[in-house]
Design a protein around this ligand. Structure first.
Ligand code: NAP
Length: 288
């Protein structure tokens, strides 16, 4: 029997509707949550992401503040803007769109964001809180993956989970969340020996590499839940481009128990979880 398809579009729609309902049910007279997104330069993919975040924020009934700065912006100027957003009482979440131009040290900018407004969950304090099991703002993509895993798996406790990729954005926080959910977690990366064998132990396999179709059907344990985080643009012989994941989808479909498609799996959950984090930050700040 082919794997069940985990529908990220439908899950994201449900989550966004729940968030919008909670925003509109806030106590009378209380301001709505506010999310500021900062874009430096004019990278076309980043422009698309920022635009879709703005639309989703407004649709949820939140206030969206977009700040566009020129590619020549200095690190000091960007940090000054972050400081003014930190001090703005009507802003609950701050997201600085990555990547940043080469003259700016992204780590320094992320460190300047108030951890309580760090809706990307990249600030060192939130990373530490996540690994310590304290309440934190959790990076949006792994948070979305956990919600999708929750739809496919009755209980995660005791399952073997393998995460391929160890970035701070996806792989490491994903591993922390799976560990917190009582999985036995392995993090694989470019130096891992015999990746196929490591992956075949996984009841939950998360691929976050950026290599089209690298996870083949024979990497997958029969019945496993496969979460494909990869977003890769490939060009076919006729010149057309399309998005594919890190998992060879057709092969995986024959072996896995459940799998996320690309597109339409993890991607839509990321923005929904950004709104979820903004709502969490807002509630903590206004005390509701
Ligand atoms: P990244 O920072 O480039 O990290 C990639 C990871 O993959 C690294 O840890 C790397 O290992 C590992 N890797 C590379 N080649 C490998 C191999 N042959 N075998 C095993 N591991 C290998 O990428 P990222 O930011 O985590 O993103 C990963 C993918 O997810 C990309 O396609 C990205 O576009 C996508 N993404 C999607 C969303 C979404 O919303 N759906 C969000 C974020 C990212 P080393 O550490 O050893 O180099």
């Amino acid at each position: 029997m082919p794997a069940a398809i985990i529908d990220g579009v439908a899950s994201a729609q449900r989550l966004r509707a729940e968030i919008a309902a909670q925003v509109s049910a806030r106590p009378a007279g209380l301001r709505p949550p506010g999310l500021a997104v900062v874009l430096v330069g004019s990278d076309p993919a980043s422009q698309v992401y920022v635009r879709s975040k703005g639309i989703a924020t407004r649709k949820a009934g939140m206030v969206s503040v977009e700040r566009h700065l020129p590619a020549t912006t200095s690190q000091g100027e960007l940090i000054d803007l972050v400081a003014s957003l930190n001090a703005d009482p009507e802003i609950d979440g701050i997201l600085v769109q990555l990547p940043l131009p080469p003259q700016i040290d992204a780590a320094a900018v992320l460190a300047a964001i108030d951890p309580d407004k760090d809706v990307d969950g990249f600030h060192a304090l939130n990373v530490g809180r996540l690994w310590s099991g304290e309440p934190s703002l959790v990076p949006c993509t792994p948070k979305g993956c956990m919600k999708l895993i929750g739809e496919a798996v009755e209980t995660t406790s005791g399952l073997n989970a393998v995460v391929i990729g160890r970035s701070g954005i996806v792989g490491k926080p994903m591993a922390a969340l799976l560990l917190a959910a009582n999985c036995t977690v392995t993090i694989a990366h470019s130096r891992t020996r015999d990746l196929r064998r490591v992956c075949r132990d996984a009841d939950i396999l998360v691929a976050a590499v950026g290599a089209p179709g690298m996870v083949r059907g024979d990497f997958i344990k029969p019945g496993a839940t496969v979460i494909d985080v990869g977003i890769n643009r490939v060009t076919s012989a006729d010149g057309a481009t399309r998005l594919v994941g890190d998992v060879a989808f057709e092969e995986a479909l024959e072996v896995a128990g459940a799998i996320t498609p690309v597109p339409g799996g993890v991607g839509p959950m990321t923005i929904a979880c950004l709104l979820d984090n903004t709502l969490t930050a807002y509630r903590r700040r206004v005390g509701v």
